[in-house]
Design a binder for this molecule. Structure first.
Ligand code: ZN
Length: 408
Protein backbone atom coordinates (compact mmCIF):
# COMPACT_ATOMS: atom_id res chain seq x y z
CA UNK A 1 0.00 0.00 0.00
CA UNK A 2 2.95 2.23 0.61
CA UNK A 3 3.69 2.44 -3.10
CA UNK A 4 0.16 3.51 -4.25
CA UNK A 5 0.18 7.18 -5.21
CA UNK A 6 -3.46 7.66 -6.24
CA UNK A 7 -6.28 7.05 -8.71
CA UNK A 8 -6.40 8.64 -12.15
CA UNK A 9 -9.24 8.71 -14.69
CA UNK A 10 -8.66 6.87 -17.98
CA UNK A 11 -10.73 9.45 -19.88
CA UNK A 12 -9.61 12.87 -18.56
CA UNK A 13 -6.50 11.96 -16.56
CA UNK A 14 -7.88 13.73 -13.49
CA UNK A 15 -7.31 12.50 -9.93
CA UNK A 16 -10.01 10.77 -7.87
CA UNK A 17 -10.25 10.08 -4.13
CA UNK A 18 -9.22 6.57 -2.95
CA UNK A 19 -12.83 5.53 -2.25
CA UNK A 20 -14.15 6.56 -5.70
CA UNK A 21 -15.71 3.97 -8.00
CA UNK A 22 -15.30 6.21 -11.05
CA UNK A 23 -14.13 9.69 -12.02
CA UNK A 24 -16.24 12.41 -10.36
CA UNK A 25 -16.04 14.48 -13.56
CA UNK A 26 -16.61 11.77 -16.19
CA UNK A 27 -19.07 9.42 -14.45
CA UNK A 28 -19.08 5.61 -14.91
CA UNK A 29 -17.26 5.81 -18.27
CA UNK A 30 -14.30 7.35 -16.42
CA UNK A 31 -12.91 4.16 -14.91
CA UNK A 32 -9.87 4.63 -12.73
CA UNK A 33 -6.26 3.50 -12.86
CA UNK A 34 -4.32 2.80 -9.67
CA UNK A 35 -0.95 4.56 -9.86
CA UNK A 36 2.21 3.47 -7.99
CA UNK A 37 5.61 4.85 -7.14
CA UNK A 38 7.31 2.37 -9.48
CA UNK A 39 10.85 3.04 -8.19
CA UNK A 40 9.80 2.11 -4.67
CA UNK A 41 7.69 -0.77 -5.99
CA UNK A 42 10.59 -2.20 -7.97
CA UNK A 43 12.84 -2.39 -4.92
CA UNK A 44 10.07 -3.98 -2.86
CA UNK A 45 9.18 -6.41 -5.64
CA UNK A 46 12.78 -7.62 -6.03
CA UNK A 47 12.97 -8.21 -2.27
CA UNK A 48 9.66 -10.07 -2.22
CA UNK A 49 10.47 -12.23 -5.27
CA UNK A 50 13.56 -13.41 -3.43
CA UNK A 51 11.83 -14.14 -0.13
CA UNK A 52 8.06 -14.77 -0.45
CA UNK A 53 6.45 -18.12 -1.37
CA UNK A 54 4.70 -18.68 -4.73
CA UNK A 55 1.25 -17.16 -5.13
CA UNK A 56 -0.47 -13.87 -5.75
CA UNK A 57 0.79 -12.04 -2.65
CA UNK A 58 4.42 -12.18 -3.77
CA UNK A 59 3.39 -9.28 -6.05
CA UNK A 60 2.04 -7.20 -3.11
CA UNK A 61 4.44 -4.34 -3.98
CA UNK A 62 2.24 -3.71 -7.03
CA UNK A 63 -1.09 -4.22 -5.27
CA UNK A 64 -3.34 -1.77 -3.36
CA UNK A 65 -3.15 -3.68 -0.07
CA UNK A 66 -1.21 -3.41 3.17
CA UNK A 67 2.03 -5.43 3.08
CA UNK A 68 0.94 -7.71 5.92
CA UNK A 69 -2.76 -6.92 6.18
CA UNK A 70 -5.63 -9.38 6.79
CA UNK A 71 -6.46 -11.76 3.92
CA UNK A 72 -8.73 -14.68 3.11
CA UNK A 73 -6.77 -17.90 3.76
CA UNK A 74 -7.03 -19.23 0.21
CA UNK A 75 -4.00 -19.64 -2.05
CA UNK A 76 -4.30 -18.05 -5.51
CA UNK A 77 -1.70 -18.97 -8.10
CA UNK A 78 0.67 -19.86 -9.46
CA UNK A 79 -1.57 -21.52 -12.03
CA UNK A 80 0.20 -24.00 -14.29
CA UNK A 81 1.47 -23.40 -17.81
CA UNK A 82 0.52 -26.32 -20.05
CA UNK A 83 1.89 -27.07 -23.51
CA UNK A 84 0.25 -29.26 -26.15
CA UNK A 85 2.43 -31.79 -27.99
CA UNK A 86 3.48 -30.13 -31.26
CA UNK A 87 1.92 -32.86 -33.40
CA UNK A 88 -1.49 -32.54 -31.70
CA UNK A 89 -1.61 -28.85 -30.87
CA UNK A 90 -4.96 -27.06 -31.40
CA UNK A 91 -5.00 -25.50 -34.85
CA UNK A 92 -1.37 -26.55 -35.42
CA UNK A 93 -0.15 -23.91 -32.93
CA UNK A 94 3.01 -25.81 -32.10
CA UNK A 95 4.27 -23.44 -29.40
CA UNK A 96 0.98 -22.61 -27.74
CA UNK A 97 1.17 -22.25 -23.95
CA UNK A 98 -2.07 -22.43 -21.95
CA UNK A 99 -2.25 -20.73 -18.58
CA UNK A 100 -4.85 -22.80 -16.74
CA UNK A 101 -6.69 -20.36 -14.50
CA UNK A 102 -9.32 -22.99 -13.75
CA UNK A 103 -6.87 -24.24 -11.12
CA UNK A 104 -7.59 -21.38 -8.74
CA UNK A 105 -9.49 -22.04 -5.46
CA UNK A 106 -13.01 -21.51 -6.85
CA UNK A 107 -11.94 -22.68 -10.32
CA UNK A 108 -11.72 -19.38 -12.16
CA UNK A 109 -9.49 -16.39 -12.89
CA UNK A 110 -11.86 -14.21 -10.85
CA UNK A 111 -10.17 -15.34 -7.65
CA UNK A 112 -7.34 -12.89 -8.42
CA UNK A 113 -9.61 -9.85 -8.29
CA UNK A 114 -11.59 -11.23 -5.38
CA UNK A 115 -8.41 -11.71 -3.32
CA UNK A 116 -7.69 -8.00 -3.53
CA UNK A 117 -11.32 -6.91 -3.02
CA UNK A 118 -11.69 -9.09 0.09
CA UNK A 119 -8.31 -8.01 1.51
CA UNK A 120 -9.37 -4.38 1.18
CA UNK A 121 -12.76 -5.09 2.78
CA UNK A 122 -11.01 -6.80 5.70
CA UNK A 123 -8.56 -3.89 6.06
CA UNK A 124 -11.37 -1.40 6.48
CA UNK A 125 -13.62 -3.64 8.56
CA UNK A 126 -16.45 -3.89 6.00
CA UNK A 127 -19.13 -6.47 6.92
CA UNK A 128 -19.16 -8.01 3.45
CA UNK A 129 -19.33 -7.50 -0.30
CA UNK A 130 -21.97 -7.27 -3.01
CA UNK A 131 -21.56 -8.16 -6.66
CA UNK A 132 -23.37 -8.74 -9.91
CA UNK A 133 -21.82 -11.41 -12.06
CA UNK A 134 -22.39 -13.77 -14.95
CA UNK A 135 -21.38 -16.49 -12.48
CA UNK A 136 -17.63 -16.87 -11.93
CA UNK A 137 -17.06 -13.62 -10.03
CA UNK A 138 -20.07 -14.53 -7.90
CA UNK A 139 -18.83 -17.98 -6.95
CA UNK A 140 -15.38 -16.53 -6.36
CA UNK A 141 -16.72 -13.83 -4.04
CA UNK A 142 -18.91 -16.34 -2.21
CA UNK A 143 -15.95 -18.66 -1.60
CA UNK A 144 -13.56 -15.96 -0.43
CA UNK A 145 -16.18 -14.35 1.82
CA UNK A 146 -16.91 -17.76 3.33
CA UNK A 147 -13.20 -18.22 4.03
CA UNK A 148 -12.82 -14.72 5.46
CA UNK A 149 -15.99 -14.75 7.57
CA UNK A 150 -17.66 -11.98 5.54
CA UNK A 151 -21.18 -11.73 4.12
CA UNK A 152 -21.61 -12.02 0.34
CA UNK A 153 -24.69 -10.80 -1.52
CA UNK A 154 -24.86 -11.95 -5.12
CA UNK A 155 -26.99 -10.86 -8.09
CA UNK A 156 -26.79 -13.22 -11.08
CA UNK A 157 -28.98 -13.78 -14.13
CA UNK A 158 -31.42 -16.57 -13.24
CA UNK A 159 -30.20 -18.41 -16.37
CA UNK A 160 -26.59 -18.76 -15.07
CA UNK A 161 -25.22 -22.33 -15.37
CA UNK A 162 -26.38 -24.43 -12.43
CA UNK A 163 -22.88 -25.55 -11.31
CA UNK A 164 -22.06 -21.90 -10.66
CA UNK A 165 -25.31 -21.49 -8.70
CA UNK A 166 -24.44 -24.68 -6.79
CA UNK A 167 -21.14 -23.13 -5.70
CA UNK A 168 -23.00 -20.08 -4.39
CA UNK A 169 -25.42 -22.18 -2.38
CA UNK A 170 -22.73 -24.39 -0.88
CA UNK A 171 -20.61 -21.40 0.10
CA UNK A 172 -23.62 -19.89 1.89
CA UNK A 173 -23.94 -16.70 -0.17
CA UNK A 174 -27.09 -14.59 -0.06
CA UNK A 175 -28.20 -15.32 -3.62
CA UNK A 176 -30.63 -13.21 -5.64
CA UNK A 177 -31.18 -14.76 -9.09
CA UNK A 178 -32.44 -11.89 -11.24
CA UNK A 179 -35.21 -12.54 -13.74
CA UNK A 180 -33.28 -10.66 -16.39
CA UNK A 181 -29.90 -10.21 -18.04
CA UNK A 182 -26.44 -9.75 -16.56
CA UNK A 183 -26.61 -6.11 -17.57
CA UNK A 184 -29.77 -5.64 -15.50
CA UNK A 185 -28.17 -7.42 -12.55
CA UNK A 186 -25.16 -5.14 -12.87
CA UNK A 187 -27.22 -1.95 -12.75
CA UNK A 188 -29.11 -3.32 -9.73
CA UNK A 189 -25.81 -3.91 -7.91
CA UNK A 190 -24.82 -0.27 -8.38
CA UNK A 191 -28.21 0.93 -7.17
CA UNK A 192 -28.36 -1.41 -4.16
CA UNK A 193 -24.80 -0.96 -2.84
CA UNK A 194 -25.42 2.35 -0.99
CA UNK A 195 -28.41 0.80 0.81
CA UNK A 196 -26.50 -2.22 2.10
CA UNK A 197 -23.22 -0.80 3.43
CA UNK A 198 -21.27 -3.48 1.55
CA UNK A 199 -18.18 -3.11 -0.62
CA UNK A 200 -18.95 -3.45 -4.34
CA UNK A 201 -17.18 -6.18 -6.28
CA UNK A 202 -18.96 -5.67 -9.61
CA UNK A 203 -16.44 -5.56 -12.43
CA UNK A 204 -15.22 -2.36 -14.04
CA UNK A 205 -16.48 0.07 -11.43
CA UNK A 206 -14.15 -0.98 -8.61
CA UNK A 207 -10.69 0.24 -9.68
CA UNK A 208 -8.92 -2.20 -7.38
CA UNK A 209 -10.28 -5.33 -9.09
CA UNK A 210 -8.14 -4.80 -12.16
CA UNK A 211 -5.11 -4.72 -9.89
CA UNK A 212 -5.88 -8.26 -8.76
CA UNK A 213 -6.41 -9.33 -12.35
CA UNK A 214 -3.04 -7.96 -13.38
CA UNK A 215 -1.32 -10.52 -11.16
CA UNK A 216 -1.89 -13.05 -13.95
CA UNK A 217 0.38 -10.91 -16.14
CA UNK A 218 3.02 -10.58 -13.40
CA UNK A 219 2.91 -14.31 -12.70
CA UNK A 220 3.05 -15.25 -16.39
CA UNK A 221 6.06 -12.98 -16.93
CA UNK A 222 7.89 -14.50 -13.97
CA UNK A 223 7.02 -18.07 -15.06
CA UNK A 224 8.41 -17.40 -18.55
CA UNK A 225 11.63 -15.86 -17.22
CA UNK A 226 10.56 -12.26 -18.01
CA UNK A 227 10.56 -13.22 -21.70
CA UNK A 228 7.04 -13.08 -23.12
CA UNK A 229 5.85 -14.16 -26.56
CA UNK A 230 4.55 -11.63 -29.06
CA UNK A 231 0.89 -12.59 -28.54
CA UNK A 232 -1.15 -13.18 -25.37
CA UNK A 233 -4.82 -14.07 -25.96
CA UNK A 234 -7.77 -13.83 -23.59
CA UNK A 235 -11.52 -13.81 -24.02
CA UNK A 236 -13.32 -10.52 -23.41
CA UNK A 237 -16.74 -9.72 -21.97
CA UNK A 238 -16.76 -6.58 -19.82
CA UNK A 239 -13.10 -5.96 -20.66
CA UNK A 240 -11.76 -5.96 -17.12
CA UNK A 241 -9.44 -8.97 -17.52
CA UNK A 242 -7.72 -7.75 -20.67
CA UNK A 243 -7.42 -4.28 -19.11
CA UNK A 244 -5.88 -5.80 -15.99
CA UNK A 245 -3.42 -7.93 -17.95
CA UNK A 246 -2.30 -4.88 -19.90
CA UNK A 247 -1.82 -2.89 -16.69
CA UNK A 248 0.40 -5.65 -15.32
CA UNK A 249 2.58 -5.82 -18.42
CA UNK A 250 2.85 -2.02 -18.56
CA UNK A 251 3.81 -1.80 -14.85
CA UNK A 252 6.59 -4.35 -15.45
CA UNK A 253 7.76 -2.60 -18.62
CA UNK A 254 7.88 0.77 -16.88
CA UNK A 255 9.92 -0.81 -14.08
CA UNK A 256 12.40 -2.17 -16.62
CA UNK A 257 11.44 -5.81 -15.97
CA UNK A 258 10.17 -6.39 -19.54
CA UNK A 259 11.74 -5.19 -22.81
CA UNK A 260 8.29 -4.68 -24.37
CA UNK A 261 4.58 -5.20 -23.74
CA UNK A 262 3.15 -8.24 -25.57
CA UNK A 263 0.40 -7.74 -28.13
CA UNK A 264 -2.98 -8.53 -26.64
CA UNK A 265 -5.54 -10.52 -28.60
CA UNK A 266 -9.05 -9.84 -27.29
CA UNK A 267 -11.39 -12.66 -28.29
CA UNK A 268 -15.13 -12.08 -28.28
CA UNK A 269 -18.05 -14.32 -29.18
CA UNK A 270 -19.79 -13.30 -32.39
CA UNK A 271 -23.04 -12.58 -30.54
CA UNK A 272 -21.33 -10.58 -27.80
CA UNK A 273 -18.83 -8.47 -29.69
CA UNK A 274 -19.45 -4.88 -28.58
CA UNK A 275 -15.76 -4.20 -27.93
CA UNK A 276 -14.59 -5.88 -31.13
CA UNK A 277 -17.02 -3.77 -33.11
CA UNK A 278 -15.96 -0.54 -31.38
CA UNK A 279 -12.31 -1.36 -32.04
CA UNK A 280 -13.00 -2.18 -35.69
CA UNK A 281 -14.87 1.13 -36.15
CA UNK A 282 -12.34 3.23 -34.23
CA UNK A 283 -14.86 4.14 -31.50
CA UNK A 284 -14.15 4.82 -27.83
CA UNK A 285 -17.69 4.03 -26.72
CA UNK A 286 -19.15 0.64 -27.76
CA UNK A 287 -22.68 0.20 -29.05
CA UNK A 288 -24.67 -2.42 -27.06
CA UNK A 289 -24.50 -5.96 -28.49
CA UNK A 290 -27.05 -8.75 -28.19
CA UNK A 291 -24.87 -10.59 -25.68
CA UNK A 292 -26.02 -13.94 -27.09
CA UNK A 293 -23.41 -16.72 -26.79
CA UNK A 294 -23.17 -20.06 -25.03
CA UNK A 295 -19.96 -18.78 -23.40
CA UNK A 296 -21.90 -17.30 -20.49
CA UNK A 297 -18.85 -15.72 -18.83
CA UNK A 298 -18.41 -13.36 -21.78
CA UNK A 299 -22.10 -12.83 -22.52
CA UNK A 300 -22.24 -9.07 -22.12
CA UNK A 301 -24.38 -6.50 -23.90
CA UNK A 302 -22.84 -3.34 -22.39
CA UNK A 303 -19.11 -3.74 -21.55
CA UNK A 304 -18.40 -2.00 -18.23
CA UNK A 305 -14.66 -1.64 -18.64
CA UNK A 306 -14.64 -0.55 -22.26
CA UNK A 307 -12.04 2.20 -22.05
CA UNK A 308 -9.38 0.02 -20.46
CA UNK A 309 -10.08 -2.90 -22.81
CA UNK A 310 -9.81 -0.75 -25.93
CA UNK A 311 -6.67 0.93 -24.57
CA UNK A 312 -5.12 -2.47 -23.84
CA UNK A 313 -5.57 -3.66 -27.40
CA UNK A 314 -4.66 -0.38 -29.11
CA UNK A 315 -1.64 0.50 -26.98
CA UNK A 316 -0.17 -3.01 -27.14
CA UNK A 317 -0.44 -3.16 -30.94
CA UNK A 318 -2.92 -6.01 -30.54
CA UNK A 319 -6.31 -6.66 -32.04
CA UNK A 320 -9.75 -8.10 -31.43
CA UNK A 321 -11.19 -11.14 -33.17
CA UNK A 322 -14.62 -12.76 -32.99
CA UNK A 323 -15.32 -16.48 -32.87
CA UNK A 324 -18.56 -18.43 -33.30
CA UNK A 325 -20.01 -20.65 -30.61
CA UNK A 326 -19.09 -23.66 -32.79
CA UNK A 327 -15.47 -22.48 -32.97
CA UNK A 328 -15.48 -22.11 -29.18
CA UNK A 329 -16.80 -25.65 -28.72
CA UNK A 330 -14.21 -26.99 -31.18
CA UNK A 331 -11.45 -25.24 -29.23
CA UNK A 332 -12.81 -26.60 -25.94
CA UNK A 333 -12.65 -30.12 -27.37
CA UNK A 334 -9.22 -29.69 -29.00
CA UNK A 335 -7.71 -28.13 -25.86
CA UNK A 336 -8.99 -30.90 -23.61
CA UNK A 337 -7.89 -33.69 -25.96
CA UNK A 338 -4.40 -32.32 -26.59
CA UNK A 339 -3.46 -30.93 -23.18
CA UNK A 340 -5.84 -32.40 -20.60
CA UNK A 341 -6.97 -28.89 -19.67
CA UNK A 342 -10.77 -28.91 -19.30
CA UNK A 343 -11.74 -25.26 -19.66
CA UNK A 344 -15.15 -23.62 -19.87
CA UNK A 345 -16.34 -22.07 -23.15
CA UNK A 346 -15.05 -18.58 -22.29
CA UNK A 347 -11.62 -20.08 -21.54
CA UNK A 348 -11.64 -22.02 -24.80
CA UNK A 349 -12.51 -18.83 -26.69
CA UNK A 350 -8.93 -17.60 -26.18
CA UNK A 351 -7.61 -20.70 -27.93
CA UNK A 352 -10.29 -20.37 -30.63
CA UNK A 353 -9.14 -16.81 -31.34
CA UNK A 354 -5.52 -17.84 -31.85
CA UNK A 355 -6.57 -20.78 -34.03
CA UNK A 356 -8.73 -18.46 -36.13
CA UNK A 357 -5.83 -16.04 -36.65
CA UNK A 358 -3.50 -18.88 -37.65
CA UNK A 359 -6.04 -20.34 -40.10
CA UNK A 360 -6.49 -16.88 -41.67
CA UNK A 361 -2.73 -16.53 -42.12
CA UNK A 362 -2.55 -13.64 -39.63
CA UNK A 363 -0.44 -15.58 -37.11
CA UNK A 364 2.54 -17.86 -37.74
CA UNK A 365 1.40 -21.20 -36.27
CA UNK A 366 4.96 -21.87 -35.14
CA UNK A 367 5.25 -18.58 -33.23
CA UNK A 368 5.11 -18.81 -29.44
CA UNK A 369 1.80 -17.58 -27.99
CA UNK A 370 -0.15 -17.76 -24.75
CA UNK A 371 -3.86 -18.40 -24.20
CA UNK A 372 -5.27 -17.52 -20.81
CA UNK A 373 -7.99 -20.08 -20.09
CA UNK A 374 -10.08 -18.33 -17.49
CA UNK A 375 -12.26 -21.00 -15.88
CA UNK A 376 -12.80 -24.73 -15.36
CA UNK A 377 -14.96 -26.74 -17.73
CA UNK A 378 -16.79 -28.16 -14.70
CA UNK A 379 -18.43 -24.74 -14.39
CA UNK A 380 -20.81 -25.50 -17.27
CA UNK A 381 -21.61 -29.17 -17.81
CA UNK A 382 -24.28 -28.55 -20.45
CA UNK A 383 -21.84 -26.68 -22.69
CA UNK A 384 -19.29 -29.44 -22.17
CA UNK A 385 -21.75 -32.03 -23.48
CA UNK A 386 -22.23 -29.84 -26.56
CA UNK A 387 -18.46 -29.81 -27.09
CA UNK A 388 -17.78 -33.46 -26.33
CA UNK A 389 -21.06 -35.06 -27.28
CA UNK A 390 -23.72 -36.74 -25.18
CA UNK A 391 -22.76 -39.98 -23.39
CA UNK A 392 -23.69 -43.09 -25.43
CA UNK A 393 -26.49 -45.44 -24.42
CA UNK A 394 -25.62 -47.85 -21.58
CA UNK A 395 -24.33 -51.35 -22.34
CA UNK A 396 -25.63 -54.50 -20.71
CA UNK A 397 -23.40 -55.58 -17.77
CA UNK A 398 -21.78 -58.47 -19.63
CA UNK A 399 -18.32 -58.99 -21.14
CA UNK A 400 -19.89 -59.84 -24.49
CA UNK A 401 -21.75 -56.54 -24.60
CA UNK A 402 -18.63 -54.55 -23.65
CA UNK A 403 -16.48 -56.24 -26.30
CA UNK A 404 -19.19 -55.91 -28.92
CA UNK A 405 -19.48 -52.17 -28.20
CA UNK A 406 -15.70 -51.83 -28.61
CA UNK A 407 -15.77 -53.76 -31.86
CA UNK A 408 -13.63 -56.63 -30.51
ZN1 ZN B 1 -12.36 11.80 -15.79
Amino acid sequence: MGTVTGLTCVVCGGAAPPSALWCPACGPEGTLDVAYDLDAARAALERDLATLPPGLWRYRALLPVLDDGPRAPLVVGPTPLVRAPADRAPGGLTRLVIKDEGRNPTASFKDRATSVAVARALERGAPGLLCASTGNAASSLAGFCAAAGLRSVILVPAAAPRPKLAQLMVYGATLLPVRGTYDQAFDLSLAAAPHLGLDLRSTGVNPYLGEGKKTAALELAEQLGWDLPEWVAVSVGDGCIIGGLHKGFVDLWRMGKLPRVPRLLGVQAEGSAALHDAWARGLDRPEPASGKTLADSISVSIPRDARKALRAVRDSGGRFVTVSDDEILEAQRLTARSTGVFTEPAGAAAVAGLVKLARAGDLDPEAPCVALCTGSGLKDAEAAFKAGGAPPDPVEPTLEAVLARLGV
